[in-house]
Design a protein around this ligand. Structure first.
Ligand code: GDP
Length: 606
């Protein structure tokens, strides 16, 4: 049994919230984390701050001291705050716990000089997807021209020290940032003005990771807010909840896993089950390690051993058989009364939940990612309506020959999907060779957006090429009315002034008389006010030249085969409609498609 006093929870029975730092590269994520840790960590005087495996722990006492100035030190209901050490959205993506995000909260860092950037938007999408709350650190305020440094002061106090010019530049830049967030569908407000926090308006904390302004505000906001709004989620539970952060080979220990223990207790010798590439891995904890507090942080590979560890903690676990463990999955402890099969099923469920997103029967690309979490994030992204790329297969880990073989199945079904989108993984040499040989495309990137852009460019290119191929056969729908007194030539060739009643008149379109369905030839030329054009839209009046097809001995003639009253329409066929649908779906408006339907009826096409 765990003794109540040492279980790492507050008197409110809340556990420490877990926080992740996200944002675009170079916005200052690492620097911000360093700054929150404070310089005294390096000097060995940590003020209770402890370096854990993969995370840094800030006890409430430390936060209380550092936020004194904000006069809000009364009651921090959580015992402390755990910040994940690897910043970035890729790491956030892989941090999962029992089907939802591991992080209770995130800091989204935005550079005040650069505003929203690509990865900011990507991070935002991930946060929305996981339904994770966040605060925005508007970093680098010290770069405002003329900024007077007020080391580690609250932002309200620091702002008061600034000149009018600095304040006005700040307001201008803040407004831009708020506007850009709004464009992403996110309402934001300076945190001390935000009355709507937690109800749809996100807070902005201006900060500097160099001189420390705004850091107390950020810390206080995180702990106060998490405790206030997430009491249920943060209520400590004895049931083990644990997520695998990383699988690492460590000299002298073999393959180890770094985990974050969110709830419950882990003990030396516990039987555990983790998710592996070939199914659940059942093993026993050989040792529970944390960085040696007595040693300098920079000395690597020096660990303290524990008999048992309570949540919340970042821990390194050594055990046998961890080689194929998958990061971003849950670790389960098998208790004396637990049903091993049930636990194995739960582990498989983790895998299955991701697998089930893949359309088994359908056609689509092959997706490969480094972790289950990032794979999941990537699949979610591909599914969003703006992206909408179908997936037929998935894999975790580096790309091998077998993955290329699976992807190559698409070569026969749909060539453009014979593609591997590889996220944050390496491609084995022989896999690359095989891909080149058989014609499977492999795209790699560390940023989800980049992958998408590469693939989109490829697809767009293919589409254009295909359009060129079918250009001869495609027929755009149009309905034309002959303008009186504008029959310039009755035959060989027919030259008429027409008004486009519906659809698009294009050069190359075969034309029929609507009433008799008599074929009078193809549009060879369109003139719009003395200018030759490729097409004319609804409402435009143009003159067209119609040339009879070569097979006809004699071209039809105005006055004999058709009259002024007759309307002209595109001559469509089953095949031309299919081509239109396959290649030009987005080139036609809803109205144009309605005309296609009408023409189908006129030509009695099934
Ligand atoms: P990351 O890629 O987001 O982790 O960014 P880093 O923490 O590595 O910071 C990128 C660069 O910005 C470094 O040169 C930092 O020194 C600088 N930087 C970070 N925060 C601040 C800040 O608040 N003010 C200023 N002036 N520079 C900063």
């Amino acid at each position: 049994r765990i003794s109540e006093e040492t279980s790492g929870r507050s008197e409110y029975n809340l556990r420490s919230p877990i926080c992740c730092i996200m944002g675009h590269v170079d916005t200052g994520k690492t620097k911000l984390l360093d700054c929150i840790r404070g310089t005294n960590v390096q000097e060995g005087e940590a003020g209770g701050i402890t370096q854990q495996i993969g995370a840094t722990y800030f006890p409430a006492e430390n936060i209380r001291k550092r936020t004194k100035e904000l006069k809000a030190d009364a009651n921090l209901k959580v015992p402390g705050l755990l910040v994940i050490d690897t910043p970035g959205h890729e790491s956030f993506a892989s941090l999962r716990s029992r089907g939802s995000g591991l992080c209770d909260m995130a800091i989204l860092v935005v550079d005040i000089m650069h505003r929203l950037e690509r990865q900011t938007v990507e991070s935002l999408n991930l946060l929305k997807m996981r339904n994770t709350n966040f605060v925005i650190a508007l970093n680098k305020v010290d770069r405002l021209y003329g900024w007077k440094a007020c080391d580690n002061a609250s932002i309200v106090k620091a702002m008061k020290q600034q000149s009018r010019d600095v304040q006005s530049e700040f307001r201008m830049r803040l407004t831009q940032v708020v506007t850009e967030f709004k464009e992403q569908g996110i309402n934001t407000e300076l945190y001390y003005k935000n009355r709507d926090m937690g109800k749809g308006t996100f807070s902005i904390v201006p900060a500097s990771a160099i001189s420390g302004e705004g850091i107390p505000d950020l810390l206080l906001l995180l702990v106060q807010w998490t405790a206030k709004t997430m009491a249920e989620r943060l209520t400590y539970s004895n049931e083990v909840q644990c997520t695998v952060l990383e699988v690492k080979v460590v000299e002298g220990h073999g393959t180890t896993i770094d985990v974050i223990l969110v709830n419950g207790v882990l003990r030396d010798g516990d039987q555990i089950v983790v998710c592996g590439m070939q199914g659940p891995i059942v093993t026993s904890i050989r040792s529970l390690l944390t960085p040696d507090a007595m040693k300098e942080l920079r000395v690597k590979g020096s660990y303290e051993h524990h008999k048992e560890i309570k949540a919340v903690q970042g821990i390194k676990i050594t055990a046998q058989g961890l080689e194929h463990a998958i990061t971003g999955t849950s670790l389960y402890v098998v208790g004396p009364d637990d049903d091993m099969e049930g636990i194995k099923e739960a582990v498989k469920g983790d895998m299955r939940s991701v697998m089930s997103r893949v359309d088994k029967c359908g056609e689509g690309v092959y997706v490969q990612a480094s972790t289950l979490g990032s794979l999941e994030a990537l699949l979610e992204f591909l599914k969003t309506p703006e992206v909408n790329i179908p997936v037929s297969g998935i894999g975790i880990g580096n790309v091998h020959k077998k993955d290329v073989t699976i992807a190559s199945v698409m070569l026969e079904k749909k060539k453009e999907y014979a593609t591997i989108l590889a996220f944050d993984v390496t491609i084995a040499h022989d896999a690359k060779e095989l891909a080149d040989k058989v014609g499977v495309k492999i795209y790699t990137a560390d940023i989800i957006y980049h992958l998408f852009n590469q693939f989109k460019a490829y697809i767009d290119n293919l589409k254009e090429e295909k359009k060129k191929l079918v250009a001869e056969e495609v027929v755009f729908p149009c309905k034309l009315k002959i303008i009186p007194n504008c029959v310039f030539n009755k035959k060989d060739p027919i030259v008429l002034g027409v008004e486009v009643l519906e659809g698009i008149a294009k050069v190359g379109t075969p034309i029929c008389i609507q009433q008799s369905l008599v074929d009078i030839g193809r549009i060879a030329f369109i003139m719009n006010k003395d200018k030759s054009v490729d097409s004319a839209k609804k409402g435009q009046q143009v003159s067209i030249k119609i040339i009879g097809s070569n097979t006809e001995k004699q071209q039809k003639m105005f006055g004999r085969h058709f009259q002024l009253e007759g309307e002209l329409v595109s001559k469509i066929s089953r095949r031309s409609i299919d081509i239109l649908k396959a290649n030009y779906r987005n080139d036609l408006s809803v109205e144009d498609w309605k005309l296609v339907v009408k023409l189908k009826a006129i030509f009695n096409i099934q």
